[in-house]
Design a protein around this ligand. Structure first.
Ligand code: HEM
Length: 510
């Protein structure tokens, strides 16, 4: 018996080793950065902290467009950090590119079978359905809410500043703000919203950290081991908090809709009062009321999964973007002053200092600073895809079918071949007057192609409102400590990001 087991074990190891050697051979045409050893490959060579990101910078400088990367004995991947090399992947139809298990699958127990993790036909059907929730006519309505959320945050800051607390943790404040506006805009929640947002935000942070830890620790790739580990237990607990929070919100809205009458009578009512249009419907109502061509609505689990996804994808990314924009402006007072002058001149002679939908287009220089910050500190650093057929890259390299491709947004945004002095914050790169010589895939904070970010316009509108209002009321100065980057699903800062705020009326150089 022992002999049979040993023999089977040996055969299995040989098969795995042969498979591994075959796959690695197929990637031989790509540059091969030095590995730790044959088994671990490049696993653990790059952390998710400041030093890890500096190591990525080095790889980009050295290999310019792409390189092979081996994550332990099972995952072989090609890292791509040049726009010409990612173009075919990003523009490919969603029926031939797929999301993988290691980078996306570990989020499944948390986000369920949501748009972000779906593939093929299922994804197309849901994407079509959800796109109407981000129509411009709906986004216009949200600008008022963005102003209100930002006013509420600034009131709180005024109290803190009056009490001498001028050092504020950006991630803490931006997460509360973006969650607040997301709940109001897309989940129709007013101030009576059920649940504890603070607890929810803390659980999201924990889940993000745990997903990245799991990606980096090979033994935890096995479900069996992971769910018995301390991290697995913490993951489940945080998932319970997050699911409970969204479930309460969905339940509450369902109740309200039931009180207003069935979906059918509601749509009939609206027809009566001017027409029920999909493009006028909030996301949560769309999830609860939509029917496809066959008259089928979304199942409860699908609604829950999409709600969980929007809550995470919609608030954490935007909070990261805002935090890094304020950081970059605190480090560049000249650009901060120029943005402030633009906002002040826009608001001159107005009765309120609310930013309107039409104002967003007038904030030219502020938008240039926002884009430059999204380039230098993209909230999402990388995407991965499987390609279901061989893919040719420039230089006639072939990524074999079934290889994992990592599209490094961070790498593309910091590639010195594309951007001169890439580590310098220079908003003039996005001057609309300057002719654009770059590839359209050189700047992709929201990804690109059919699977780009569905909430891109929502996020940009919110960011512009919050930045404009904040600059018109406060001066932002660097915090007491240097900021160190930390990547946990979105770009964060180690130990938080502390910046110093001065109310403008008290500022000497206003
Ligand atoms: C600055 C803020 C944001 C950034 C940088 C950002 C970035 C991205 C990126 C890079 C992707 C592609 C992910 C992938 O393919 O793996 C994505 C997808 C997505 N984003 Fe955003 N996002 C932001 C804000 C938002 C907002 C506000 C929402 C919703 C309210 C949202 C909802 C989504 C969804 C649902 C997807 C999946 C789309 C699909 O697969 O069809 N995002 N986002």
């Amino acid at each position: 018996m022992i002999g049979v087991l040993a023999l089977s074990g040996a055969v299995l190891v040989c098969v795995l080793a042969a498979r591994l050697a075959f796959k690695r051979r197929a990637l031989r045409c790509f540059n091969q950065p030095p590995q730790r050893n044959w088994i671990l490959g490049h696993m653990g060579l790059m952390g998710n902290n400041e030093e890890g990101l500096q190591a990525v910078d080095e790889i980009i400088r050295r290999y310019v467009h792409s390189c092979a990367w081996y994550l332990g004995p099972f995952y072989n991947m090609v890292r791509l950090f040049h726009p010409d090399y990612v173009k075919s992947l990003l523009t490919a139809s969603a029926s031939i590119t797929f999301k993988d298990r290691i980078f996306y699958g570990f989020m499944k127990p948390w986000l369920g079978n949501c748009l972000l993790l779906q593939n093929g036909q299922e994804w197309s059907r849901h994407r079509r359905l959800l796109t109407s929730a981000f129509h411009f006519d709906i986004l216009k309505k949200y600008v008022l809410i963005f102003n209100q959320s930002s006013n509420k945050m600034h009131d709180k800051w005024r109290h803190l500043l009056a009490a001498g607390q001028n050092d504020l943790d950006m991630f803490e404040h931006m997460s509360s703000l973006t969650l607040d506006s997301l709940l109001k805009c897309t989940f129709s929640c007013d101030s009576q919203c059920p649940g504890k947002p603070r607890e929810y935000i803390a659980a999201i942070l924990q889940l993000s950290t745990l997903v990245v830890q799991r990606q980096h620790y090979l033994p935890h790739h096995w479900d069996w081991l992971y769910w018995r580990s301390e991290q697995g237990r913490r993951f489940r607990k945080a998932c319970d908090i997050v699911h409970g929070f969204t479930a309460d919100i969905v339940r509450e809205r369902r109740l309200q809709l039931d009180q207003q009458g069935s979906a059918k009578s509601r749509s009939a009512n609206q027809e009566h009062t001017g027409g029920y249009k999909k493009k006028d419907t909030d996301l949560i109502d769309l999830l609860l009321l939509s029917k496809d061509e066959n008259g089928e609505g979304l199942a409860n689990e699908e609604i829950q999964a999409h709600a969980d996804m929007f809550m995470f994808a919609g608030h954490d990314t935007t909070a990261s973007a805002l935090s890094w924009i304020f950081y970059n402006l605190s480090m560049h007072q000249d650009y901060q002053d120029r943005c402030r002058a633009e906002v002040t001149s826009l608001l001159q002679d107005r009765e309120t200092d609310d930013i309107t939908w039409d104002d967003l287009r007038q904030l030219t220089f502020t938008t240039m600073c926002i884009k430059e910050s999204l380039r230098l500190h993209p909230p999402v650093l990388a995407l991965t895809r499987y390609f279901s057929q061989d893919m040719k890259t420039p230089g006639d390299l072939v990524i074999p079918q079934g290889s994992l491709c990592l599209i490094s947004i961070y790498g593309i945004h910091r590639n010195p071949v594309i951007w001169s002095d890439p580590e310098v914050f220079d908003p003039m790169r996005f001057d609309p007057q300057r002719p654009k010589e770059r590839s359209p895939h050189a700047f992709i904070p929201f990804s690109a192609g059919p699977r780009n970010c569905i909430g891109q316009n929502f996020a940009m509108a919110e960011i512009k409102v919050v930045v404009a209002q904040t600059l018109s009321r406060f001066r932002i100065l660097p915090g007491p400590k240097p900021v160190r980057r930390l990547y946990n699903l979105v770009m964060r800062a180690e130990g938080g990001m502390i910046l110093n705020f001065q109310p403008l009326a008290l500022s000497q150089d206003q």
